[in-house]
Design a protein around this ligand. Structure first.
Ligand SMILES: Cc1cc2nc3c(=O)[nH]c(=O)nc-3n(C[C@H](O)[C@H](O)[C@H](O)COP(=O)(O)OP(=O)(O)OC[C@H]3O[C@@H](n4cnc5c(N)ncnc54)[C@H](O)[C@@H]3O)c2cc1C
Length: 376
């Protein structure tokens, strides 16, 4: 039986980032069911960092993550993790009030967000229809993320800190003994002081293996696809365009357009695929808002964004199981919040408190704790 201080289950962005941080504090083993870490949600995202997205807890975690992604530690990456993109939030006439309200809320945390008039919005994204657009708000400091580089940076740093990644290693059984957890895959056994449940959409399933009470995690399917851009003009500098009610979004992606209906269909955890209906819905909404004529879907996929009821993440020790730590419910924000989430988790595990810079932005352990879902 291999032994370690911390055993992390799941090597998506959540597991990779927390394993990276924990490896500064003890021996860490990271177990991933798939042969390729990042195969599930982490490899399927839209790769946008926006500080104007999600509830107040998410926004604080995103703001607190930005510096790491902007100035990654020496040796973490050989290329920038972030590149300027901007987000343009748009509204039709009947959505105008909601855009105004969203602007007021957003500016409290991100003062650079501002309203732009319709000609300016059209200059930024020339395919927007004049007879559709009534108002727009620009988040100029939103970024594209290089998700592969971020994920690989965490995994490489983890290995350099003498961490061990084991792939094709599905955790099938968890057993609590006097002071340790025994963890069983089909081929190996491990013993750890602390088990970290970072299994993405499967966190409640892994919790069940440990005998934990569920946190009520609901995986929700989100669809994305790639289409050609307009025949003329350079789209590389367009911002991400997002409907203020999140009915659709689109952004430039390697010379083409990545688009989504921003769907949230609840499903059991699985290797999820895109449905034609969701793609068609997005095409209809985007053609209504723009002059784009979408004829051919180049590629389509879907991934799971997993939420608990309040849509905040779940980070903390299980209320009833000593040494069983939750890092779950990353929703649609798991990449851009990963540096702060990993540090929050490590602070709570190692020192029993959040790092000072996270409390300084108003984060409290009770906002993240699984206890809010684990009634006595
Ligand atoms: C279409 C789409 C767009 C998105 N856009 C953005 C965006 O722009 N910005 C952003 O920040 N976020 C975005 N997200 C959300 C982001 O992708 C997720 O929040 C994030 O990837 C979740 O990471 P994770 O590590 O929790 O989950 P995952 O990446 O799914 O990793 C969990 C891992 O656990 C493993 N596992 C499960 N059970 C076991 C077991 N028993 N034993 C061993 N391993 C196990 C799985 O194989 C999996 O690899 C988007 C998501 C989607 C689907």
């Amino acid at each position: 039986m291999k032994t370690c201080d911390f055993l992390v289950i799941g090597a998506g962005i959540a597991g990779a980032s927390v394993a990276y941080e924990l490896a500064n504090h003890g021996r860490v083993i990271l177990l991933e069911r798939e042969s390729l870490p990042g195969y599930h949600s982490t490899g399927r995202s839209a790769a946008v960092l926006t500080e104007n997205y999600g509830n107040a807890i998410i926004r604080r975690l995103t703001v607190a993550s930005r510096q790491f992604l902007q100035r990654a530690p020496e040796g973490f990456t050989s290329s920038p993790l972030l590149s300027p993109r901007g987000v343009l939030w748009i509204a039709r006439e009947e959505q105008r009030d909601r855009l105004t309200a969203a602007l007021g809320e957003a500016r409290q945390l991100v003062p650079s967000i501002h309203a732009v008039d319709c000609p300016e919005a059209k200059r930024l994204c020339p395919v927007l229809r004049e007879d559709y657009l009534a108002a727009a708000v620009l988040e100029p400091e939103a970024m594209d993320m290089d998700v592969h580089a971020i994920h690989q940076g965490f995994l490489k740093g983890f290995r350099q800190r003498r961490g061990e990644l084991v792939t094709a290693a599905e955790v099938k059984r968890l057993l609590r003994t006097a002071h340790t957890w025994e963890v069983y895959t089909a081929h190996e056994q491990f013993a750890a002081g602390v088990v970290v449940n970072a299994a993405g959409a499967w966190c409640d399933e892994v919790g069940k293996l440990a005998g934990a009470r569920p946190i009520g995690l609901i995986p929700k399917r989100r669809t994305a696809f790639i289409v050609d851009g307009p025949a003329t003009g350079d789209l590389s500098a367009w911002p991400v365009v997002i409907d203020v009610d999140e009915q659709f979004y689109f952004k430039p992606e390697s010379g083409r357009i990545l688009a989504s209906p921003a769907d949230e269909t609840p499903m059991p955890p699985c290797d999820v695929y895109a449905e034609d209906y969701d793609v068609a819905l997005a095409v209809e909404r985007i053609e209504r808002a723009t002059t784009l004529a979408i004829r051919h879907i180049r590629r389509k996929w879907a991934g799971l964004r997993s939420f608990v009821a309040d849509k905040s993440p779940v980070v903390g020790m299980d209320r009833f199981l000593p040494g069983f730590f939750w890092l779950a419910g990353q929703g649609g924000y798991g990449i851009m919040t990963s540096p702060a989430m990993a540090r929050a988790a490590t602070g709570l595990m190692v020192e029993g408190r959040l790092p000072a810079d996270l409390t300084a932005v108003g984060l409290r352990p009770e906002d993240l704790s699984p206890a809010r879902y684990q009634e006595a």
